[in-house]
Structures are given as structure tokens and as C-alpha cells.
Design a protein around this ligand. Structure first.
Ligand code: ADP
Length: 243
């Protein structure tokens, strides 16, 4: 599914962000930029949690600017608060399929398959607080897998995990997205995440979201604002070799 930002302006008091470009279907995008530049705000606008000041957002050409969040075809994953603490792992995952938890036998099979996919079969009847952070995020991924929506939006969901576990999660996400032919938009402040998973990267600086550029090409020849940001985040040049 394509996402078009048509002369979009998003505003908070003392903050504004513009975007005017199109994201193509079935590609993987990263939104990269310094803390506070508006990455989460842009993602929230796609998901419908942010009032749009000017312009429009279109999905596959359809204007969804005023569509309520629940009616948007998105799966969302945040850094925290993805799970309901009073529900078992099984039910947290099942919500992706049936929000009322009225599962048919076929639904139950699908939930078990999703749990198996993220290697959590043994944890099905536990509660989120009994799991590690990485396991909790795998529960959230399993639910996203079952939701099977054409847009997968990730807001730094793996920032708290170590590099090896993070790559494992990103690999699972990439597989799910590829299998479902979804479009992925990943918010990150870490250039390595963008290089790891994103075909193209949207860089945000100084109130502007720049049109997406092939991620490797972007880092091989970074514009000044990105050079400034990379200078702040890393003493070493970023390359695929030091992922
Ligand atoms: P990022 O994800 O890049 O760190 P955010 O999108 O979270 O940045 O925030 C962008 C700007 O919007 C920041 O200046 C932040 O303070 C402001 N902001 C974020 N959420 C709100 C809110 N609910 N009300 C007012 N200002 C907000």
C-alpha cells in the first residue's frame, strides 16, 4: 500500500513539520533524525493519532486524513505499552485477530501458529510481566502478524534491546512484512537500524521530512544536516561493515 503525504504540515506549539512525498507499496522505510525532530509525530499522523494542520495523507490514493485510527489499515508497534498486563500472552496475541476474543477453532490454530513463529509456544498462558523485554516484544510482533495489515508502523520498538536481539526482531519483522506484502515504516534514531532493514530512509531535520532516498546511497553521500546529526551520534563513519 502506498502512503502519500500531500503538502502535509503537522504542528504543536513551537514545533512544525512538513512532508510532501510518496512512499511506495511493499518497501521498507526508516524515518531517521535527532530526538524531538518529529519522527513519532509523522508516524502518529499515518496511524491517525495526530491532528493534521494542513495537507492530506492518502493510502493507495484514498484520502484518509479524517479517518479514525481504528479504521486505518495499520499494525503499530511502540517501544512500550504494546501489551495488556492483565491478559495472558495467548490473549494478547489473539486480540490481533478478534478484539472481542471470541475465537473459533480456526482462530485458535492461527494464534498458536503465530506464537510458534515467534518461538513463544511455551509462554502462552503466562502474563506479560513474567516475560523478558525481548519476549514481550515478540508477543507484540505475533499480534501484528495476525493483524496482517498492509501497513506496519514501528516506533523504536526494539530500542531497549541489545544489538543481537534487535537484529533478530528486525529479521522477524522483515519476514512478516515480506510475506504479507506490507509496507514498513520504522522510526529510529539509530542509523544502523536504517541500514539494517530499510530500502529507503526519510531523514527529518529542521522541520522538514526529506523525500526518501536509498539508504546506502544516503549514508554514502549524506546531506549536510545528516552529516551534522551523524557527527553527534557517532565518532566513526557509518558503513555496512560496522553494523
Ligand atoms: P521524535 O519522535 O523525533 O523524538 P516527536 O515526534 O516525539 O519527536 O516530537 C516532535 C516535537 O513535538 C517535539 O518538540 C515534542 O516536544 C513535540 N510534541 C510531541 N508530542 C507532543 C504533544 N502531545 N503535545 C505537544 N507537543 C508534543
Amino acid at each position: 500500500m502506498s502512503i502519500a503525504f500531500d503538502n502535509l504540515t503537522l504542528r504543536y506549539e513551537g514545533f512544525h513539520l512538513t512532508a510532501n512525498f510518496v512512499l511506495e507499496p511493499q518497501k521498507k522505510y526508516a524515518i531517521l533524525g535527532p530526538s524531538g525532530c518529529g519522527k513519532s509525530t509523522l508516524l502518529a499522523a499515518i496511524a491517525g493519532f495526530m491532528d493534521i494542520d494542513q495537507g492530506r495523507i492518502l493510502l493507495d490514493g484514498l484520502d484518509i486524513t479524517n479517518l479514525p485510527p481504528a479504521q486505518r489499515p495499520v499494525s503499530l508497534l511502540f517501544q512500550d505499552h504494546n501489551l495488556f498486563p492483565h491478559m495472558t500472552v495467548m490473549n494478547n496475541v489473539a486480540l490481533g485477530l478478534k478484539p472481542d476474543l471470541k475465537l473459533t477453532a480456526k482462530d485458535t490454530t492461527a494464534v498458536h501458529q503465530a506464537l510458534k513463529y515467534v518461538d513463544l509456544t511455551d509462554q502462552a498462558i503466562k502474563f506479560p510481566s513474567e516475560l523478558s523485554g525481548g519476549q514481550q516484544q515478540r508477543v507484540a510482533i505475533a499480534r501484528a502478524l495476525l493483524r496482517d495489515k498492509p501497513l506496519m508502523l514501528l516506533d523504536e520498538p526494539f530500542a531497549a534491546l541489545g544489538p543481537a536481539l534487535k537484529h533478530e526482531m528486525l529479521d522477524i519483522v522483515a519476514q512478516i512484512v515480506d510475506r504479507a506484502h506490507s509496507t514498513l515504516v520504522l522510526v529510529t534514531h539509530d542509523p544502523k537500524d536504517a541500514l539494517y532493514i530499510a530500502d529507503e530512509t526519510i531523514f527529518i531535520a529542521n522541520g522538514k521530512a526529506y523525500p526518501p532516498i536509498n539508504t546506502k546511497a544516503l549514508f554514502e553521500n549524506p546531506p549536510q544536516a545528516l552529516q551534522d546529526y551523524l557527527g553527534e551520534t557517532s565518532a566513526k563513519p557509518i558503513s555496512l561493515n560496522n553494523l
